[in-house]
Design a protein. Structure first.
Length: 286
C-alpha cells in the first residue's frame, strides 16, 4: 500500500447548491463553423453518469450527475479548490435530504463542482438543493514517492486505484488511455491545477483513432504525457500527469473531454499502465 500523510490531513465542510444551466448566447460554433444549440454545463443530468461513454453525445461539455456552485465567487473558489474527487457528498435540503454520493471532479471556466448520486436520488433532487461535501485530500503527500505531487484526490479513493511502486521506484498507475501533450487544449496555461480541468482536443481524426479516444468514459483515469501540472498547466518533456475525465467531448475548437489533475511529476517518476478498466465509478463501487 502507498504510504501517505493521511493522519495529518484536515477534513472540513464545503457546500454548494445545485445550479441551473445557462445560455446567454444559445449557439455553440463547431470546429466546422456550424452553429448548434446543445445541452451542456449545469443542472442535473439524468441520462449520463460516471462510467458512461462521454464521446459522440448530442451535447457539449456535458457534466454527468449533479452540478453545484456557490453564488459568492470567493466562496465558490473555496468550494472548487477544496472539493476533491472521491469526497463524500450529502444532500442537506429538499426531498433527497440525507442521500449520499461522491465528488467526481471540478470544471474550470464554469467553476462547477460535479457529483455522483444514484438515479433514485437524482429524481428527488431539484435546482437549489444544498449539498455538503466532506472535503479531504488537499495537502496529501506520497511518502514513498515524494517527487510525485498529489492533488484534488480523496485519500480513500487513492487506496482503491491500484497504484503500486515498481522495483525502480517509479509509481505505476493503471489508466484507460495515454494522451500526448500536443492534444491538450482549453485550460492550458492556467496558474493552478488545484481546481478546474483542461481539455483533450479531439478534432484530429487520425489522433482520435491512434490514441483510442472514442472509448473514453466519464470518470476514466488517464495519463497526460509530457504534461506538467504542478504549478499550472504546460508542456514539459518527461513530465507525466494522471487525471480523471470530468465532462464530455465538445464541438468547440480547442476543446474536448476535460481532465482534472490527480497526480503529477516533472520527471518520469510516474509510469502509466494501460488496462481495460480504470474508472472512478469502478473504484467507488457505483
Amino acid at each position: 500500500m502507498i504510504k501517505t500523510n493521511r493522519d495529518k490531513l484536515v477534513t472540513i465542510s464545503v457546500q454548494g447548491e445545485v445550479n441551473h444551466p445557462k445560455a446567454s448566447v444559445p449557439y455553440r460554433i463547431t470546429v466546422d463553423g456550424q452553429p448548434m444549440v446543445l445541452p451542456g454545463t449545469g443542472g442535473i443530468t439524468y441520462s449520463h453518469k460516471i462510467g458512461d461513454n462521454c464521446m459522440d453525445l448530442a451535447g457539449d461539455h456535458v457534466e454527468p450527475g449533479v452540478t453545484a456552485t456557490r453564488s459568492d465567487a470567493n466562496e465558490n473558489g473555496g468550494f472548487n479548490t477544496l472539493a476533491c474527487v472521491g469526497n463524500e457528498a450529502r444532500v442537506v435540503t429538499g426531498d433527497a435530504k440525507g442521500a449520499k454520493g461522491y465528488v467526481t471532479g471540478t470544471h474550470g471556466g464554469a467553476e462547477h463542482v460535479l457529483m455522483y448520486f444514484n438515479a433514485e436520488t437524482l429524481e428527488k433532487m431539484a435546482v437549489g438543493d444544498k449539498i455538503l461535501v466532506k472535503s479531504c485530500g488537499q495537502g496529501m503527500k506520497l511518502l514513498d514517492a515524494p517527487e510525485v505531487k498529489v492533488m484534488n484526490l480523496d485519500p480513500d479513493l487513492l487506496v482503491k486505484m491500484g497504484i503500486t511502486i515498481g522495483a525502480d521506484g517509479v509509481l505505476e498507475v493503471p489508466v484507460a488511455v495515454q494522451v500526448p501533450a500536443y492534444l491538450m487544449g482549453s485550460g492550458i496555461g492556467a496558474n493552478t491545477a488545484h481546481r478546474g480541468d483542461y481539455d483533450i482536443m479531439t478534432h484530429d481524426k487520425v489522433a482520435y483513432e491512434k490514441f483510442n479516444l472514442g472509448k473514453l468514459r466519464f470518470g476514466d483515469i488517464v495519463a497526460l504525457m509530457d504534461c506538467d501540472t504542478l504549478y499550472g498547466r504546460g508542456y514539459l518533456e518527461g513530465a507525466v500527469t494522471i487525471g480523471a475525465v470530468v465532462h464530455s467531448d465538445c464541438v468547440l475548437t480547442g476543446h474536448g473531454p476535460g481532465v482534472v489533475t490527480l497526480l503529477t511529476c516533472k520527471s518520469p517518476k510516474i509510469r502509466p499502465v494501460l488496462v481495460e478498466k480504470a474508472n472512478i465509478a469502478d473504484y467507488l463501487g457505483v
